[in-house]
Write a protein that binds this ligand. Structure first.
Ligand code: NAP
Ligand code: MG
Length: 494
């Protein structure tokens, strides 16, 4: 059964459901696929699958926009269209949240009061950066100018061009906004391919982009399979940059193609993020914060605190508090107002999490907090894992589920070495009142973001990237927007 709010939202989406958005028109794809609702396992909607022809058409539309009115638009006109889109997002929040909750894993209330307004803020923040895009004049340091002349270099900054944006399913609406907004601020046009398991909110954003008055081709939304539409977008000679958020495995593949084609890329990839809890930490605050960043979105957060290294003196108390938080979770569907832990995106993903837990138990781990889940959709229980043996998959593999491993340590340096012993370098945190310990972690944890006394916070104004296997490039903040710019130099003898 699909919630009536989601059915109403599909009516509102109208022809946008089940079609592709190319050049401000809704067009059919070659084939369709059913998008399920993970809360029930039921069909939510059908999505069109873009093939090579549709990818080609979308890239041409995007190029046409750059060569036409969008490319010629004044910066303030770009900002004005983005601000109109932000207002439309706010005005249609209930429909957007219902679509998000029915198609994927985001609880309706969190989407309504969190994700959707955040999407609007992202467009407003990025619109505010448009006026600050400036070039510069350079004065030569070598005297090549003949007497009576002068040499000037003008460094102009402009859009990279057509951006292929490919996003995952865990926060699909925020992710679509976070990849489209900076590209538009920079003056690029975008072809977005959302994840096949949660595409509908991207189509809804496309509908609002048409209403906001963006010229045809500025924003194009192609639903479809990653291996098909996604791969075709990456290797298309007409896309100038690939902005990818997803797994490290796919990121490596995409990076390989971009490398071969010498195409600009920004890759935001997986993580295995550690939280270090010191002996002096405010334990109630740490337990509440880490329960949020470990079990939030049922653990399907790239920067989730999946691994906690607790000072031996607080280890048992922290396990107890996290276990209490896990036990208190009420597991249920995304429209269930009483639920505090939502579904896992697919049955396959749920089975993978169960496999990681089986491996941990086989290696002598103790699981606590788990309780029976009686729901028709795809769910796993929130679990606290302690006493994990050497070599367990949970120590190194990304979990992407409501599972937190707690290990004891005696010495901060040892904890930092252990936190760094993973291929990833996305984020980490330290919980302490001592500035010197926080400072040591900030300097030596191999993570692009280090949180102090918090974890998994994100903000449109704050740059976010990944070290090691967690990616290349920066998203969010001014730095994120600037990654969609390129510079061109004019050297003139005057
Ligand atoms: P994924 O399997 O890598 O898929 C991500 C996107 O890439 C989807 O749209 C997917 O399409 C597409 N794709 C798959 N294969 C492709 C190919 N060969 N060429 C082009 N596109 C392709 O990741 P996921 O399972 O959806 O998402 C979870 C992962 O995302 C986790 O690893 C998580 O850590 C990461 N993530 C990272 C961040 C960050 O900011 N660093 C944020 C959120 C999530 P299909 O859906 O059709 O397969
Ligand atoms: Mg779905």
């Amino acid at each position: 059964m699909i919630d009536s709010r989601a059915s109403a939202a599909l009516d509102w989406l109208d022809e946008g459901a089940g079609r592709l958005m190319i050049g401000n028109s809704w067009v059919p794809g070659g084939a369709t696929q059913t998008s399920l609702s993970p809360s029930s396992g039921d069909r939510f909607a059908d999505i069109a699958l873009a093939g090579d022809g549709e990818v080609d058409a979308a890239v041409s539309a995007a190029r046409g926009a750059l060569n036409g009115t969008w490319g010629a638009a004044l910066p303030v006109e770009r900002a004005r269209a983005m601000l109109r889109l932000a207002d439309l997002i706010d005005a249609n929040a209930a429909h957007l949240a219902a679509i998000e909750a029915a198609d994927g894993v985001r609880p309706f209330v969190e989407a309504l009061y969190g994700d959707v307004p955040t999407g609007a803020v992202i467009f407003r923040y990025m619109a505010g950066l448009v006026g600050g895009i400036e070039g510069s004049i350079k004065y030569p340091s070598i005297g090549y100018a003949p007497p009576g002349t002068s040499v000037r270099a003008l460094v102009d900054r402009g859009p990279v061009g057509v951006v292929a944006a490919i996003i995952p399913w865990n926060f699909p609406f925020i992710m679509a906004c976070a990849r489209i907004a900076p590209a538009l601020a920079a003056g690029c046009s975008v072809v977005l391919k959302p994840a096949e398991d949660a595409s509908l909110s991207s189509l809804a954003l496309g509908k609002l982009a048409i209403e906001a008055g963006f010229p045809a081709g500025v924003v194009n939304i192609l639903t479809g399979l990653g291996s098909d539409a996604g791969a075709a977008l990456v290797r298309h000679p007409g896309t100038d940059m690939v902005s990818f958020t997803g797994s490290t495995r796919v990121g490596r593949e995409i990076g390989g193609v971009c490398g071969q084609m010498l195409k600009k890329q920004s890759l935001e990839l997986g993580g295995k993020c550690a939280a270090i809890v010191m002996d002096d930490a405010d334990l109630d605050w740490a337990a509440a914060g880490l329960a949020g960043s470990s079990f939030g979105n049922a653990g399907q957060i790239c920067v989730a605190s999946a691994r906690i290294l607790a000072h031996r003196s607080v280890h048992d108390a922290l396990v107890e508090k996290l276990t209490a938080a896990a036990t208190a979770k009420s597991v249920g569907g995304t429209f269930d107002a009483a639920a505090t832990l939502g579904p896992i995106i697919t049955a396959k993903q749920r089975d993978r999490i169960v496999g990681l837990l089986d491996d941990a138990v086989a290696r002598g781990a103790t699981l606590s907090g788990a309780h029976a889940v009686d729901n028709p959709g795809y769910f796993t229980q929130p679990v606290v894992v302690s006493g994990l043996g050497e070599g367990a998959r949970l120590t190194s593999e990304e979990t992407f589920g409501p599972v937190v491993v707690v290990e004891a340590f005696d010495d901060l340096d040892d904890a930092i070495v252990r936190s760094n012993a993973t291929p990833y370098g996305l984020a980490g945190s330290i919980w302490t009142q001592r500035w010197c310990d926080a400072d040591r972690a900030m300097r030596t944890m191999q993570a692009a973001t280090v949180y102090v006394n918090c974890h998994a916070w994100a903000d449109p104004a704050v740059p976010m990237g990944g070290l090691k296997a967690s990616g290349i490039g920066i998203q969010s903040g001014r730095e994120g927007m600037e990654s969609y710019l390129t510079s061109k130099t004019t050297l003139a003898l005057l």
